[in-house]
Design a protein around this ligand. Structure first.
Ligand code: GLY
Length: 376
């Protein structure tokens, strides 16, 4: 009886993804408006989430049409691998969920080659002075973004850890671990909350300033950033066995869980003012979906006495997402989860379905239904 909701949720995801495969096809959906996903160019950081969802559902139902779409999306991204000005640190997100997922499932040699190429380009963004992977290129003209680092990059490290395991060359892992240690020092706060953005002097490696980025303020706690930390730190522990990463993953997890309180969805930033009106207090279901997958990851890495703490919290978040946020009553809606918030400071994509929320919901529910393969 208790498992019934998990099966129902998995069935819902499979049905809607099959419908979406007909509706969306070989494209790069991002945020759903008026029931339909708007489409981005392949270079937008979210390009991997749709193929990643297709691969998870394919693992469940072996529908060849989903595989074909995922492979075609991957090929559409190829031109990016020869243009370092079009790609940034989010190569990790993009090629882990497209090429690496493909390679792990099918053994496709071209997919392996693409994933290794992306890993090689990603290590090229490492700055040895500050021990960080640079986030973005200049947005406009000669904007200097050479010292900007964001917490989200912890997820990009998975591609590097994999590249070391795959090739036997530890360079990728060394760079990933150095970036991870820099994050422990500069992003993870004592109480388990997380800084979104740190700016370094790219010549000397000195920290210049800490910024709010996509959060409410420099000293606030952007919920999705906290979730990236939970999952990203757990990934770094999985590959390095450096206990500092696990301890930090637990600390950020405890912070996230305690800030859920009895809410259906986390607030997009755990430190927005309690203003009693809808000025600031938007929900972010995507943060809960990411954190839940991170908690599942932690539950697979801790001692037997701690497993249930993390697994139960993950299940409870995913169950609440299914009952309170899933779009199961409306098959016309392409998104899977209502109530994500993309970028509050820029007032973009507030309280709508968003593709990374859908991807992590899919990953979490697949894992609760005993899928063992994880792409990260
Ligand atoms: N910057 C990636 C995100 O919105 O989580």
């Amino acid at each position: 009886m208790e498992c019934k909701w998990k099966e129902e949720a998995w069935k819902f995801i499979q049905e809607k993804t099959q419908l979406n495969n007909e509706r969306i096809g070989v494209n790069f959906p991002h945020a759903s408006k008026n029931k339909h996903y708007d489409l981005e160019k392949p270079q937008w950081w979210t390009a991997g989430f749709w193929p990643g969802m297709l691969w998870y559902v394919y693992l469940g139902n072996k529908d060849e049409k989903l595989k074909l779409t995922a492979e075609a999306c991957e090929k559409e991204m190829d031109y990016l691998l020869t243009d370092t000005e079009l790609i940034d640190h989010d190569m990790g997100f993009m090629w882990t969920l497209s090429s690496l997922a493909n390679y792990k499932i099918t053994g496709n040699k071209d997919a392996r080659r693409r994933a290794l190429l992306a890993a090689n380009l990603l290590v090229g963004r490492f700055n040895v002075k500050g021990n960080y992977i640079r986030a973005w290129n200049a947005w406009i003209g000669k904007d200097d973004n050479s010292g900007v680092v964001i917490i989200d990059c912890m997820m990009n490290l998975a591609l590097l850890y994999w590249a070391s395991e795959e090739t036997g060359d530890p360079r990728f892992k060394h760079i990933a671990e150095s970036h991870g240690k820099m994050v422990l020092e500069n992003f993870i706060r004592e109480d388990g909350s997380v800084q979104h953005m740190v700016v370094f002097d790219s010549e000397t490696g000195e920290v210049l300033e800490k910024l709010g980025g996509q959060g409410f303020a420099a000293d606030s706690a952007w919920a999705r950033g906290c979730a990236w930390a939970v999952y990203g730190l757990a990934i770094s522990y999985k590959y390095t066995k450096n206990i500092e990463f696990l301890n930090a993953a637990k600390k950020t997890a405890h912070y996230f869980i305690s800030n859920m309180k009895d809410r259906k969805c986390p607030v997009w930033d755990f430190r927005v003012p309690e203003d009693g009106e809808r000025k600031y207090r938007y929900p972010d279901s995507s943060a809960a979906a990411i954190a839940a997958c991170g908690l599942l990851h932690i539950s697979e890495l801790v001692s037997e006495y701690e497993v249930s703490l993390y697994k139960d919290a993950a299940e409870s978040m995913l169950k609440t997402l299914y009952y309170e946020c899933a779009t199961k009553e409306d098959m016309e809606e392409e998104g899977l989860l209502y109530h994500a918030t993309g970028h509050f400071p820029e007032q973009k994509n507030l309280d709508i379905p968003i593709i990374y929320g859908d991807y992590f919901f899919t990953e979490g529910i697949a894992r609760l239904n005993n899928e063992k393969l994880v792409f990260w």
